[in-house]
Design a protein around this ligand. Sequence first.
Ligand SMILES: Cc1cc2nc3c(=O)[nH]c(=O)nc-3n(C[C@H](O)[C@H](O)[C@H](O)COP(=O)(O)OP(=O)(O)OC[C@H]3O[C@@H](n4cnc5c(N)ncnc54)[C@H](O)[C@@H]3O)c2cc1C
Length: 542
Amino acid sequence: MSATKLNCDVVVIGGGATGVGILRDAAMRGFSTMLVERVDLGQGTTGRYHGLLHSGGRYVVSDPHSATECAEENAILTRIHPDAVETTGGLFVALEGDDEEYPERFVKGAAETGVPTSEISIREALRREPRLNPRSTRAFEVLDGTVDGWRMVWGAADNAVEHGGRVLTYHRVTDIEVTDGHVTGVVCYSEKTGESVHIECQFVVNAAGPWAGHIAAMAGEHDVHVVPGRGIMIAMNHRLVNSVINRCVYPADGDIIVPVHTVSIIGTTDVKATDPDHLDIEQNEVQKMFDAGEALLPGFRDARALHVWAGARPLLQDKRVSADDTRHMSRNMSVVKHDVQGLITVAGGKLTTYRLMASRVVDAICEELGEVRECHTADEPVATGHTYVVTHRFAEVEQMKKSHHGNPDPDPIVCECELVTKSMITELLEKQPTATFDDLRRQLRIGMGPCQGGFCASRTAGIAHEQGHWSAAQSTELLRLFMKNRWGGLYPILHGAQAREAALDEWIYKGTLDLEDLPVTELPLGSELASATRFPAEGGQA
Ligand SMILES: Cc1cc2nc3c(=O)[nH]c(=O)nc-3n(C[C@H](O)[C@H](O)[C@H](O)COP(=O)(O)OP(=O)(O)OC[C@H]3O[C@@H](n4cnc5c(N)ncnc54)[C@H](O)[C@@H]3O)c2cc1C
């Protein structure tokens, strides 16, 4: 099969927050830019993170430079991504028995790094957060927020496309071409069509997160030492907290609880992983999360745990600490120019600092060309006219129901947990006819509530079939794959109400629908990747 040939100035490898930020920035500065991502946007670390828009407070003692960057970027992202960021605010809380000196270091560090904070009384903290441990000794308010990584990434990608950027998802880079010491192109394999795509270019930006070392090696550069720092997170049913609750201690396991959409996420651990495509979830880590949650919010252990997943931080090896000690490695970002001209690698940083990382990369490109092109990504909003509120679905559905005035409901609710209606599914499938279950999950939150797909998944498969998007055989296969993936993030945390729910789901799918014994068929190319079966961890934010 002959290769498709394309060309542009800059190819960005990796469709996480960093890569999409670079696409947007470079396109806004007038570069002809193309992003290639082996799966869908936000399916790497960006879709498997904690959901926190850092105020910087977490790093004022351990990593002051990152703290200042987070504080500055927090204000910018809140302004440019109003539909993806929820300004919940946050608290740092010290408990009886915690290191008594840490809060003093926290206050001093915050003043030195420019992270806004002020101490509030325990009484006030308990008024704001009634579930908080009453034996808390000190509480400080900060400007933490929460951010929907997928909404942020898709928003930035759409904005980049408006500026002339191009996005190739399901295109895996297999080679980087170098001629006379300069990059000249990249070769990709299309996961959906099986064809080879060759892109001629002047610059290649390696924004492949924890996979960046592998990409650099394709150009013969073996000096990129990215260490994947694996962390697990658990989504608990309901918003157990109103704002982000951080334990006021040196960064530790399970020290942050983040309210995101309809759930609260506790995290995280930090252990060196050998392969970012295979991230284990160990039972003792799950227990650590429950113990840490119980200390901050008594009764936490009895709440309903919905899902567990893991992600890998793209940390750059830090010579100050041992090669395995990812907990203490710096979160600083790094832009690496290589001996191979035109190749730039970016790693480290946080989702909160994605825009800043992108601007440094595009500055480096301008510098190499000897050109001055100003960065405007902080000035132009990615989204306008829609501010995120957690109750937005409720308001939308209520409005829709009112307009029917008691007539038969033409738009029934398909997913009761996340209030997804039939028209939300059909409209998305009209726009993205090749969307799989997992694409629907990430964009609509289908299967992310307490039933974990038990009720809504079969209904969704029926709708996709009825509308002619999936054949009957494909619907069955995609449903089977979806439920298998949901199970992967369920079994390590099953207890109490969720164990009973899982038994009910099993009965529906095996007892009533006999899903396991229906005939097996071939899935369309790329569906398995879209459903993330290659990655045992589930997509982010539950
Ligand atoms: C457990 C955990 C919790 C975290 N919590 C927070 C938090 O609360 N707040 C915060 O600000 N940050 C947080 N972070 C950090 C943040 O998630 C990451 O810094 C950020 O998401 C990294 O984005 P990225 O685009 O650099 O990498 P990724 O999102 O991993 O993107 C890299 C992309 O490259 C693609 N790729 C790889 N190989 C190829 C190839 N051959 N061809 C094409 N594409 C390829 C991958 O599929 C992937 O999509 C957390 C990280 C972890 C692990």
